[in-house]
Ligand binder design. Sequence first.
Ligand code: PMP
Length: 448
Amino acid sequence: MIAPTLSSIPATSAILHRSFSKEYPTAASGQGVYIQDHTGRLVLDGSSGAAVSCLGHGHKKVIEAIVEQAQQMSFAHTSFFTSDPAENLASVLISTCPDVFSKVMFVSSGSEAVESALKLARQYHLCNGQPDRHIFISRRFAYHGNTLGALSAGFNPPRRDPFQPMLSQAFRHVSPCFFTRDGLPGEDEESYVDRLVAEYETTISSLGSEKIAAIIVEPVSGATLGAVPAARGYLGRLRELCDRYGCLLIFDEVMCGMGRVGTMHAWQSLGGIAPDLQTIGKGLGAGYQPISAILIANKVHAVLERNHEQRPFVSGHTYQGHSIGCAAALATQRAIAEDKLLDNVRRMGERLSRRLKKETPMLKEVRGLGLFQAVEFATATATPPGSSIAAAVASTCLENGVAVYLCSSAVDAVLFAPPFIISESEIDKLVDVFVQSVKQTIEKAKGS
Ligand code: PMP
């Protein structure tokens, strides 16, 4: 571990931090699953930030790749040049499912990837002579990013409400897919999915099917609802709907993708239904560089290519395909493959889920796939309605040296998304500290 050299933030910090009222420790160094702050305190990164640092911290091969690329060629604008790391990374990504995807577009953040996917969907319809297809259907309590288009697509009330009305009115929201919470008494998973599909059908026909550009969903809902995998059959039914009505299917895998659930793409763990466009980010570059991408299916690319002279896709960002970002992501993806880390994701995910289910007090549900697991608390039965146990637990956990991600106020839940390199003993420590923190939080609540 490198000795900490940075001091804590001065009261006069010039940064507009996320919160005005909170003190932020300085992250001074990182190694494996740990981050060390300026006081020397170690924090186990139990959620990889926000499901980002999938290789943990201080990964030598990724750092070497970054240094090498920086020395050779840091940045060349994509209007003029391509680069080896971008070409190689695109090939690696396509090789994950060559039958589905044929092209990749690189950008820098998850929000940018979502914005670009929405534009690519519009472009596809423009090329097909269907300019009226401009409405997107997404779901309540989805999270698709923080830029104004992506914020309109999503439905994360605390992040969205202050900025109402949304800049874009092109989004209609239907129910989320959350069988364990929203299934009616006596309703099985299949009938639940039938009900959701009927809602899509009604929405599509009331808007006019010829106006729908795409349906966008997270195959495993992440930041807002906390690791909720799509119900059995749901993604396949969306695929059928899109094919029937001529709109595209977009999967937002910024959080749940790139190995997080134990398969490279989350949809591969959910019946193998592939999208037309897919966003990826976070784990793509493991936090070593800001990079995200859109995977483009053969069907979409064929239309774009056929029409590119009359209708070029006019959409670019200064830093798209940044050489250092691509080099970092390429080294990340090679490390995941060489070290067979997805096997570890599945194994450690099972251990994490099993222990959380057995040991968490006041548990309502443990849900998720691989190393993407959420714990929801049975708050309503034990505390005054509306009060959040999860927020208090997350903050006690941090005091006790473990960082877990607090889901939005839509559920009383925290999210676990540790690095793929996590060991059995580190999983055990994560659970031990978490369970201890829940007990302390309950004791404190009783005393107050
Ligand atoms: N889509 C999903 C599913 C996400 O979880 C996130 C970030 N949590 C985003 C998009 C936005 O990514 P970013 O914060 O990198 O812009």
